[in-house]
Structures are given as structure tokens and as C-alpha cells.
Design a protein around this ligand. Structure first.
Ligand code: NAD
Length: 263
């Protein structure tokens, strides 16, 4: 039981297809006690049974990260119900639809600000607010995608947000290292989730990744969950500021191995 005795909070479960669900399952299977958050009342109905599944029915809290008061209230609730915690999972992203297809240069300032606030600044704010509860040797994990490192069609605004999130991970890692706190990101390959459904032509991304990754398949939330559990556990005690690819190796490809019929 690698996570026995560890307590943590997972932000970003929407349903049992969420990457955060895969991480929760891997951590709970290894003995962790988990608190969950939900964005709004309609998602509350989905998150509550999931929390129950993991023995966390009493640790389910509202948290819309665009509202600083809800982040503060989350800290108060966790402190009261769980006390000190050992890990935080930030598995949250949002960009208005206009930012996920079409011409990149047409993105409005309003859409840009919303995407950066919810997908990037929220990590900083959640970590700052919950920091007093974090034990020494605790671990923070966020989720990113290759579209933050290289151009991916339609990923547009979220690509810029993920680039900022990846550097935020590194700056936080330096900042919190002196307190014994590690901060890492998993760069997951494409997975069909609620958030992914908003990205233009997402099915093509899945097909492309499967065809061109070295392992010739797409990654599952269980596989991301297992890698997440490693980064949240003491097994990764010397790993921080890392962008860890869990993408069936796709990121190593400079050019797909395609044979043209005319040679
Ligand atoms: P998902 O839809 O299951 O999860 C996204 C979560 O973000 C939801 O739980 C939603 O409620 C939450 N959220 C959105 N706005 C919020 C707000 N204002 N306050 C609080 N929560 C809010 O989809 P997912 O694919 O599991 O996404 C989780 C993370 O993984 C995201 O950061 C996403 O960018 C990243 N990611 C996804 C893929 C993929 O292909 N699915 C690949 C790499 C990285």
C-alpha cells in the first residue's frame, strides 16, 4: 500500500471518464484518503457517488476556482475535516469554445483571460491557499498536454494556457522545494473526456496519436492514474518541476513513419 496514511484533495473529477477519476482510483487502491471537489450543482450529483465509491462521502466540497472565496472555503473545510494533507491534484482546464478551433489570431481578450484564469492561475491560487495544510514531503500534480509544447491543430488557446501552466509548475517547484513540497505535471496523451469534447476535430487527434505513437495505442485514464500516483507518492521523492509524458511515447516523434506509395 504505497499511499497508506496519505491524505489529499483531488480537484477536477467531472465523471468516471475524467483523468482525475483515474488518479483517484490509483491513489485509493494504494490506501490514500481523498477529498473531492465539484464545480457546480449539476456535477455535484456525479461527484458524490464517486466519492462514496472511494470511502470519501464526507469529504466532498464545492470549488469553482474562478471564485477565490470558494478556494478559501475549501481550505477551511479540509482543515476542519481532514487536518493536514499530503497531496493536491489540479486536473482543471477551461477555454471558451472560440479558443479551440478556427484562426488562432482571432481569439478575444475575454476568452484569453478566462482560459488563463481557470487553467493556469487557479493552480497558483489553490496551492497558496492550501499551503498551510500541506505536510512536509507533500506532492502537487497538474495535468498538461503536448499542445503546450508544440503546435497541435485546434488546440489554439489551450496550447498557450498549457505552456504557461508548464512554466508555472517549474516556478512553483523552485518556490516550494525549500518547504519539502514537490510540484510536477503529467503531459497526458489525448483521452476522450468531457473537456476533450470541446476541442475541434478531437477524434482525429485520437486516431493520429494511436497511429503514430511508438506504442501504437492511446493512453487510458488508468495508465495516467498509475503515473499520477507515482508522482504523488514517496516513490518520486527526488522528482520535482518535471513535465512527465504519459502519451505512449508520442512526444518523441519528429516525423511520423509513413511510407508514400510512390516511394
Ligand atoms: P474533464 O472534463 O473530466 O475534467 C475537467 C475538469 O475541469 C472538470 O471536472 C470540470 O468541472 C473542471 N473545471 C472546469 N472549470 C472549472 C472551474 N472554474 N472550477 C473548478 N473546476 C473546473 O476532462 P479531463 O480531460 O479529465 O481534463 C482534466 C485535465 O487534463 C485538464 O487540465 C485537461 O486539459 C488535461 N488533459 C486532458 C487531456 C485529454 O485528452 N483529455 C490530455 C492532456 C491533458
Amino acid at each position: 500500500m504505497i499511499m497508506k496514511g496519505k491524505k489529499g484533495v483531488i480537484l477536477g473529477v467531472a465523471n468516471n471518464k475524467s483523468i482525475a477519476y483515474g488518479i483517484a482510483k490509483a491513489c485509493a487502491d494504494q490506501g490514500a484518503q481523498i477529498a473531492f471537489t465539484y464545480l457546480n450543482d449539476s456535477l455535484k450529483k456525479r461527484v458524490e457517488p464517486i466519492a462514496q465509491e472511494f470511502g470519501s462521502a464526507d469529504y466532498v466540497y464545492p470549488c469553482d476556482v474562478s471564485n477565490p472565496d470558494e478556494i478559501k472555503a475549501l481550505k477551511e473545510s479540509i482543515e476542519k475535516d481532514l487536518g493536514q494533507i499530503d497531496f493536491i491534484v489540479h486536473s482543471i482546464a477551461f477555454a471558451p469554445k472560440e479558443g479551440l478551433s478556427g484562426r488562432f489570431m482571432d481569439i478575444s481578450k475575454e476568452a484569453f483571460d478566462i482560459a488563463m484564469d481557470i487553467s493556469v492561475y487557479s493552480l497558483i491560487e489553490v496551492v497558496r491557499e492550501l499551503k498551510p495544510l500541506l505536510s512536509e514531503n507533500s506532492s502537487i500534480l497538474t495535468l498538461t498536454y503536448y499542445g503546450g509544447a508544440k503546435y497541435i491543430p485546434n488546440y489554439n488557446l489551450m496550447g498557450v494556457a498549457k505552456a504557461a501552466l508548464e512554466m508555472t509548475t517549474k516556478y512553483l517547484a523552485e518556490d516550494l522545494g525549500k518547504d519539502g513540497i514537490r510540484v510536477n505535471a503529467i503531459s497526458a496523451g489525448p483521452i476522450k473526456t468531457l473537456a476533450a469534447a470541446g476541442i475541434g476535430d478531437f477524434r482525429f487527434m485520437l486516431k493520429w496519436n494511436e497511429a503514430h505513437s511508438p506504442l501504437k495505442k492511446n493512453v487510458t485514464i488508468d495508465e495516467v492514474g498509475n503515473s499520477g500516483m507515482y508522482l504523488l507518492s514517496d516513490l518520486s521523492s527526488a522528482v520535482t518541476g518535471e513535465i512527465h509524458y504519459v502519451d505512449c511515447g508520442y512526444n518523441l516523434m519528429g516525423m511520423p513513419a509513413v511510407e508514400f506509395e510512390d516511394g
